[in-house]
Design a protein around this ligand. Structure first.
Ligand code: ADP
Ligand code: MG
Ligand code: MG
Length: 889
């Protein structure tokens, strides 16, 4: 087997489309090398070796060593250096890289191959002893941390101690002798911590590094990241071994990162940061403040340090051209890593750049306008879930801003919440509920974040850091998560121990509320007023293209006028589910609802229902009016009646008094209605079967409202009456007969013709199986996949928390079936229902109204089985419109 593929010197064995085998980094290094860009030569050990490694007790395929040796010889031939050589040593970096980019999750080791002999050769050849020892001390620190488990802080302490003794502030002020003595103390430290000396043999170093990269695939940071991003564990990581180029060889050397377009706004301009005389992660680590790449950015920004354009005009010109070529080659915005060694540009990484949702839209729309992409390709590029970010609020421009500090606008959108200083505190606080039963909103405030903070960042509403640039860890990860972030707010001082944040004499404690504006970089005192987002511009353009492409319609689940208006604003083409019971909880109505429940006989119930009729009628009339002729599906009462009754002694007493009812009777009825398993209990059409007068009242309200709305607008109202929880045709027909009779009655009373359909939810396995006979009389089906998942898997959603995650963690289920439809089981029931229903009534209207209707992966399934529409919560309508378009591509 070929375990190792080489690149460099104008060609490569790999290609960009081999990322499964080579990882994203390796595949793109190969691609860049083969299109003739300056890439230091190297080789990639495939992801298959990683899989082998973990499947075989952390050991290698037997022929790997020989292939790695051949790979080294390839690098040696191109560079003219030899690994471990005392005269002209080759140094390499060992870099991880999996299929999906996992920023900062895995560890890279630079300057590998240095020891007490090779460092002297490096110094001689570069004619720079300081540089050589700077590289050496970096190597020892990195290698010790990643491979030997001797943590960074040991070395930081030694470095700080040395700087203090020398009376200097910057690392760059230390001379060669200082650094050589630092190397000595680093090695002593390692020996002390490990009980054995630092490995001097370059080959031992290399294998240690390779295994450390593989092992890091299973470190807890990587595992958390994979879980959050649904990256399968068996993908594995590749290892890239590559000749070093040095950005730390003095004032004509540099290292940097850049995006070919602005990753925050999508604007078409080169955007990036670099540092003179620096190496590797220095730019993103936030140790020194990076300098802008372009003069334009310098002119705009607060950073006064000179740009790459000004400092190294020739390198800059070459870089601009390289960036242009790469963008054209990959047909997408690129995220680039480069190093300049004594005036020579070297490309170290290219990948499609992460961007905010806003930037993604702008870039996709611009690329279509530039003739690079088709509309279909642009639509396919946007992650539907990311649109969520754009539906986030921003700060009301009219609100007063009490600015506490200003940092960098690292990830757009505004967020407010209580200050927390640690990820644990963020997770803990966000797990609690406030008085309104909403999750508490917190802002994670850190000097800078590291991969350990991922879960805390997830839990927080926004992230604020006091150090780091636009490409710092916090900024990159926040943009990926769609969380507002302000980074590098340098005037803030965090005292984590004391749990306070100070700025200009003011002190904020943990728990104090602040607002951050990730679009301006401002940190504001208190909870500032926010406004809803604008849905025009690039958003409108792209969604418009999606609308041209998609086949399925998108409706919304809505019952209140506000929901219905929001749904329309987001582009819903009707209401797919209006849950009438939500209308019963209103204070004025609940009394009548309770009277109905307490009534001893049908006459009593009818009396109470008569009080409810005008309320329901008004509700429906309003919905019809707002939806202006678009279809509206109204579901008859679904939940068990006991949900409307009070349960605690105090509530019972209060309600009884308000109603003028006997508290004992109320309690008795509540007890009578109590169920062991309400989800499978007295609910759905079972209510209408036991008490047909309830369905009759609801039908009357619907039809009277429809008649009125039809008369008012002159347009017939398209209303669809939906019967929940049927098990077959017989129970459906029983309820349908009541509905039809009521339609006839109302039509006669009002003299208005009514355009209506009666259909049913398919939400029980038996109903899916009996779909053929149900379709004989039902004019539409709406798959209620929440209940179908509960009943199909026999899992009560409300009780699932303690065990469902085990299924997912132990890989017994690929994902939570309440989030994404279980294709094999529940999906099969849906497919069966579709097939049997259509066989009997070819034109039957088919939709879905479970939460799956807003989940892109489930929407793809809906397209496959040929549903006519999906219905989801109003805020997910744009996501569903885009996902429905993608499902057809
Ligand atoms: P990550 O996956 O975290 O981005 P990389 O493997 O890209 O890690 O390494 C981080 C940085 O190390 C690179 O951006 C680059 O600056 C530096 N680096 C890696 N390999 C080399 C090399 N061969 N020569 C010089 N610098 C390197
Ligand atoms: Mg990188
Ligand atoms: Mg249901």
């Amino acid at each position: 087997t070929k375990w190792v593929l080489t690149f460099g010197g104008g060609s490569a064995e790999g290609r960009a489309d081999m990322r499964d085998l080579l990882g994203g980094k390796g595949a793109n290094l190969a691609e860049m090398a083969s299109i003739g860009l300056p890439v230091p030569p190297g080789f990639t050990i495939t992801t298959e070796v990683c899989t082998h490694f973990f499947a075989n007790g952390r050991s290698h395929p037997s022929d790997l060593a020989a292939q790695v040796d051949a790979g080294l010889r390839h690098i040696e031939a191109i560079t003219g250096r030899r690994f471990g050589d005392a005269e002209n040593p080759l140094l390499v970096s060992v870099r991880s890289g999996s299929r999906a980019s996992m920023p900062g999750m895995m560890d890279t080791i630079l300057n590998l191959g240095l020891n007490d002999r090779t460092v002297e050769a490096l110094a001689r050849n570069a004619d720079d002893r300081r540089f050589a020892y700077d590289s050496y001390r970096r190597f020892i620190q990195m290698y010790s941390d990643v491979v030997l488990g001797v943590e960074h802080h040991h070395f930081e302490d030694l470095l700080e101690g040395l700087k203090e003794r020398k009376g200097v502030v910057e690392d760059t002020e230390l001379d060669a002798d200082d650094l050589a003595s630092l190397v000595g103390s680093y090695k002593a430290k390692v020996a002390e911590e490990r009980g054995e000396p630092f490995p001097e043999d370059p080959r031992a170093q290399l294998w240690g590094a390779i295994d450390a990269v593989f092992s890091s695939w299973m470190n807890s940071r990587a595992i958390t990241y994979r879980k959050l991003n649904r990256i399968p564990e068996d993908w594995g990581t590749a290892v890239n071994v590559q000749a070093m180029v040095f950005g730390n060889m003095g004032e004509t050397s540099a290292t940097g990162v850049a995006f070919t377009r602005d990753p925050s706004t999508g604007e078409k301009r080169l955007y990036g940061e670099f540092l003179i005389n620096a190496q590797g992660e220095d730019v993103v680590a936030g140790i020194r403040t990076p300098q802008p790449i372009t003069e334009a950015a310098r002119a705009e920004g607060k950073v006064k340090a000179p740009s790459l354009e000004a400092r190294m005009p020739e390198v800059f010109a070459e870089f601009v051209e390289t960036a242009r070529r790469l963008e054209a080659h990959y047909r997408d915005m690129q995220d680039l890593e480069f190093t300049v060694e004594r005036g020579a540009l070297w490309m170290l990484q290219a990948r499609n750049g992460k961007r905010t949702a806003k930037a993604a839209l702008k870039i996709a729309v611009d690329l279509v306008n530039e003739g690079v992409l088709s509309k279909e390709e642009a639509v396919a590029r946007i992650d539907p879930a990311s649109l969520d970010q754009l539906l986030h609020p921003t700060i009301d421009p009219k609100a007063e801003r009490k600015i506490v500090a200003t940092g960098l606008p690292a990830s757009p959108g505004a967020a407010q919440g209580e200050i927390v200083f640690s990820s644990e505190a963020a997770e803990e606080a966000a797990g609690r509920l406030d008085e309104d039963k909403k999750r508490r909103s917190v802002i994670l405030v850190r000097a800078e974040t590291s991969p350990e903070d991922i879960s805390g960042m997830h839990a927080a509403a926004g992230i604020l850091t006091t150090r780091g640039g636009m490409t710092s860890h916090a900024a990159v990860v926040a943009r990926g998560m769609g969380k507002p972030c302000v980074s590098g707010a340098g005037s803030l001082r965090i005292d984590e121990k004391a749990g306070v944040l100070t700025v200009a004499g003011r002190t904020f404690k943990a728990g104090d509320v602040i607002t951050i504006d990730g679009s301006t970089g401002q940190v504001l005192d208190g909870a500032v007023a926010m406004i809803e987002p604008e849905l025009s511009g690039d958003f409108g353009t792209l969604i418009g293209w999606a609308d041209e492409i998609r086949r399925m319609k998108v409706r919304a689940n809505a019952e209140t006028p506000d929901d219905a208006r929001a749904a329309l604003a987001f582009g819903a083409e009707g209401i797919g589910l209006s849950r009438t019971e939500h209308m019963f909880f209103d204070e004025a109505r609940i009394v009548a609802v309770r009277e109905m429940i307490l009534a001893d006989d049908e006459a009593g119930r009818r009396k109470a229902l008569a009080k409810l009729l005008p309320f329901q009628k008004a509700d429906f009339a309003e919905l019809f009016e707002i939806m202006k002729g678009l279809p509206v599906t109204i579901r008859l009462l679904d939940p068990p009646l006991h949900e409307f009754l009070p349960h605690t002694d105090q509530d019972i007493a209060e309600v009884a008094q308000a109603m003028g009812a006997d508290p004992e009777k109320l309690r008795g009825r509540a007890e009578e209605l109590a169920e062991f398993n309400p989800m499978l209990g007295f609910r759905g059409c079972r209510l209408a079967i036991a008490y047909p007068e309830i369905a009759e009242m609801q039908a009357r309200a619907i039809f009277e409202a429809a008649a009125e709305a039809g008369k008012a607008t002159g347009e017939p109202v398209t209303c669809e009456v939906m019967v929940p929880l049927v098990v077959g045709r017989a129970d459906f027909d029983f309820v349908k007969a009541r509905i039809d009779a009521m339609a006839k009655a109302v039509s006669e009373e009002t003299g208005q013709k009514l355009a209506y359909q009666v259909g049913t939810m398919i939400e029980l396995p038996r109903a899916a199986l009996r779909a053929g006979e149900i379709a004989e009389t039902a004019e539409f089906f709406s798959f209620g996949t929440n209940d179908l998942t509960q009943t199909g898997l026999g899992i009560s959603r409300d009780d699932a928390a303690p065990f469902l995650s085990h299924y997912v963690d132990k890989k017994l289920l690929a994902y939570d079936p309440f989030v994404t439809i279980d294709r094999e089981g529940v999906g099969e029931l849906v497919a069966l229902g579709v097939e049997r229903g259509r066989a009997v009534r070819p034109k039957i209207k088919l939709g879905i109204c479970g939460e799956h209707g807003g989940d892109p992966a489930s929407i793809e399934f809906c397209e496959e089985v040929g549903l006519d529409y999906v219905s989801c919560s109003p805020f997910r309508v744009p996501i569903a419109r885009l996902a429905a378009a993608q499902a057809t591509l």
